[in-house]
Write a protein that binds this ligand. Structure first.
Ligand SMILES: *Cc1c(COP(=O)(O)O)cnc(C)c1O
Ligand code: SF4
Length: 441
């Protein structure tokens, strides 16, 4: 492609809903509802998403519009009415209280993320780190707790603060290194957020470069979880420090470690622009691998056609499809959720249409309290219809790859709604899970 023109990012938030010309086609009541939802769930879009990704002729069904712009039905009618009333009538402090009350009802911290996954270092807990499975540690750099745009379904929504202090980042990264020095069982570091690629290259390198030196020989893979490849591909092409980012990536691969960019793509439209494809090309030129993942969302990507085209396109561009997730039990879950059976059908129908190189993808997967549970399929055992499930990751690693069975339920959307099949009283891991959780508590 010709040398792409640099683009300056411009954010849109709740206060722009009345001004954005593209939204004028919606009714005032509709816009009011969007504003109300944006009080509770964070809303942020940017000029690239608005100008290149959303097809404004296709409202309200456009998948990228639904992915980034709040929709009235994301909240219950009761909550929505209340918010609209307070927005119209009352003092900001009262609105603030109503907003907090509604937020706390939306399960902001699903699957025991805070209670059970935060490790300790020399007796103190390390809030920016999660260590659930022995071989992989997650780090959430404080400066990376924001994104280039926000997904309407996001389960990370309580943590969006965004704070940019090099002093803090250095200290945080120091504690993280100390933790890794003490945990030789760890092979993978996953830098996540928010989106760590919202950080400047020099901040990001504070978390990455030290791991290339001595004392960290046990770290073989560094993963970066990011949506920037979809929401702001300029990050890797024309942003001021885009070349610094690529040089940092190169350093990792030259040091003999694997760098995996875990790209979050919800729809093939996000890989369709020249700039998105250029970003992929530039990332891959550093020796980094791009693996892709996304949740399955009603109204955004709940059709096999979307996944077939997305996985094919990913393989063509040299990316490796990795996970299809189930929507988590948080935020506006009721609005986006897809029943387990429907998710499995979409997966099963899509996977048979792609070559083996795209069948690296695992799904549908529930990242739940006991572990990452894969829906293998539906079977009939002695006349009883069951879901066949298994762990990809478990709080006890020994749970992996042991098939287990839940009663077939065409409405269930999450593991917690399933019950054991074949006359069992509990799932095989239940007792042990209780023990593990008690130990942490
Ligand atoms: C998914 C996940 C990982 C990584 O698991 P892989 O199977 O290696 O992809 C690590 N920690 C947590 C908490 C996770 O949810
Ligand atoms: S990019 Fe990831 S962390 Fe950011 S809003 Fe979307 S789902 Fe949430």
């Amino acid at each position: 492609m010709p040398q792409p023109k640099p683009r300056k990012i411009r954010f849109y938030g709740a206060k722009d809903i009345d001004q954005l010309p593209q939204l004028q086609q919606l009714s005032p009541a509709n816009r009011m509802a969007m504003k109300a939802v944006a009080q509770v769930l964070p809303f942020r879009a940017n000029n690239y998403v608005v100008e290149e990704l959303i097809d404004w002729e296709n409202l309200p069904d456009d998948p990228i519009f639904r992915l980034t712009f709040p929709q009235g039905e994301m909240l219950s009618a009761e909550h929505l009415d209340k918010l609209v009333w307070y927005l119209n009538h009352s003092a900001p402090e009262d609105l603030h209280q109503v907003v907090s009350a509604i937020r706390s009802q939306l399960n902001p911290h699903p699957a025991g993320q805070v209670e059970y996954n935060v490790p300790t270092l020399n007796g103190d807990s390390l809030p920016g780190i999660q260590h659930k499975y022995p071989e992989t540690v997650l780090i959430f750099p404080t400066a990376g707790q924001t994104c280039h745009a926000y997904c309407t379904f996001c389960f990370r929504w309580p943590q969006f603060v965004g704070m940019d202090s090099i002093k803090f980042a250095t200290r945080e990264s120091g504690l993280f290194q100390e933790y890794l020095r003490q945990h030789k069982e760890v092979t993978d570091v996953l830098i996540t957020g928010g989106d760590p690629m919202t950080m400047k290259a020099r901040h990001l390198s504070l978390y990455i470069e030290p791991l290339l030196g001595s004392g960290f020989e046990h770290i073989q893979t560094i993963r970066i979880g990011t949506k920037s490849v979809a929401y702001w591909p300029y990050r890797f092409v024309t942003d001021e420090d885009a070349d610094d980012v690529l040089r940092l990536f190169e350093k990792v691969t030259l040091a003999g470690k694997h760098l995996a960019i875990m790209g979050h793509y919800d729809h093939w439209k996000e890989m369709d622009t020249e700039i998105a494809q250029e970003a992929i090309k530039r990332i891959r030129s550093t020796g980094a691998q791009i693996r892709t993942q996304a949740p399955l969302m009603r109204g955004i990507n709940d059709s096999k056609e979307v996944w077939i085209r997305m996985w094919r396109e990913q393989v063509r561009l040299g990316c490796v499809p990795y996970y299809m997730f189930m929507e988590r039990d948080t935020g506006a879950k009721h609005y986006f959720e897809v029943p387990i059976i429907q998710a499995w059908e979409i997966f099963q129908e899509a996977i048979q249409k792609v070559s083996g190189l795209a069948r690296t993808v695992r799904g549908p997967v529930m990242s739940a309290l006991p572990g990452k549970v894969l829906v293998d399929g539906v079977a009939e055992i002695f006349g009883e219809k069951v879901f066949v499930l298994s762990f990809l990751q478990g709080r006890d690693p020994n749970w992996c790859k042991r098939p287990f069975f839940a009663r077939y339920d065409d409405k269930a959307t999450w593991l917690t709604q399933l019950t054991p099949a074949l006359g069992e009283k509990e799932f095989f891991y239940d007792k042990q899970l209780e023990k593990i959780l008690n130990k942490v508590r």
